[in-house]
Design a protein around this ligand. Structure first.
Ligand code: KMH
Ligand code: ZN
Length: 283
């Protein structure tokens, strides 16, 4: 098995300090939390930005302030969220990818491969938007993290491969357990993994109560793991997570117990086929 790639998703767009006081808002808080998670073993940082009062933001300036701090402290792979919040317009979601200073920090971008119910909202990802986003990622040489909230999204990714918008080897990121989408069950994960072409890599984020089952299964199956306050407000039932680093530390311990080594950012680049030259050019 490849070494284990751990992604941290420190903030997301939905969770608040009212939910868990450890949720970071300012660029300083977000960067500090991400840096600690990287020190704990994360090699990818999946990042959203917020205004100082916690409102989700797609402002390139806010992102840059986070990235600059994170990259000054280490060399994780930065994956910008192109999903933002369900309220963000497609223009707002694409805006950061037009900022030449910002894109220098990036090696990956999230790419949710279809529309899905998201609690009481709808997370819109129309075919036209996905083609525009894929075209921009190709122009920039960024690796998409193909986020899968529903089984049909894998078929959608294959259509985008056929039309030349996406390219193998794809890295899939299952986000399981969002209310209204596919649950984070063992059978569901098995089915999704068995649906992938063999050259693909994959990770899973088990939202909420599914965190530990999904992480453990991924470690055992040769997949990769995402944790973080975006997906996991709790460490265990009734106990809030103390930090993003705490969630990553547990995955590292689990991996050790199950005999799986944890990948450095450089090893993660190699496993996912991210060109080191592109990475170097962006550092
Ligand atoms: N906040 C969700 C609506 C992504 O980052 O690309 C979407 C999301 C996916 O978090
Ligand atoms: Zn996200």
């Amino acid at each position: 098995m490849d070494k284990l790639i751990i992604t941290v998703a420190p903030v997301g767009a939905e969770v608040t300090k009212q939910d868990n006081p450890a949720v970071p808002y300012t660029p300083e808080e977000i960067a500090e939390s991400a840096i600690a998670a990287v020190a704990a073993g994360a090699s990818i940082v999946h990042l959203h930005a917020r205004e100082d009062d916690g409102v989700p933001s797609q402002d390139p300036q806010r992102f840059k302030e986070c990235f600059r701090r994170i990259k000054a402290a280490g060399d994780p792979i930065i994956q910008i969220s192109t999903g933002g919040a369900v309220t963000a317009t497609t223009e707002e979601r694409l805006a950061p990818l037009s900022d030449p200073e910002l894109v220098k920090y990036l090696e990956m971008a999230s790419f949710t491969c279809g529309t899905v119910n998201f609690g009481d909202e709808v997370f819109m990802n129309s075919p036209a938007f996905l083609k525009a986003l894929a075209t921009r990622l190709n122009e920039l040489g960024l690796k998409p993290g193909v986020e899968i909230f529903e089984a049909g999204m894998i078929a959608n990714a294959m259509r985008l491969i056929k039309s030349g918008h996406l390219h193998h080897p794809l890295h899939f990121e299952f986000v399981l357990g969002v209310p209204g989408a596919i649950p984070g069950g063992m059978r569901q994960l098995l089915f999704l993994v068995e649906s992938l072409p063999s050259m693909c890599t994959w990770s899973v984020a088990g939202v909420g109560q599914h965190q530990l089952t999904m992480a453990t299964m991924a470690i055992m199956m040769g997949g990769h793991v995402r944790v973080g306050l975006e997906d996991n407000l709790f460490y265990r039932k009734g106990e809030l997570a103390a930090s993003n680093a705490q969630l990553v530390e547990r995955v590292v311990r689990l991996a050790k117990e199950l005999g799986r080594e944890v990948a450095t950012p450089e090893e993660a680049r190699e496993i996912m086929g991210i060109s080191t030259q592109v990475s170097l050019d962006r550092r």
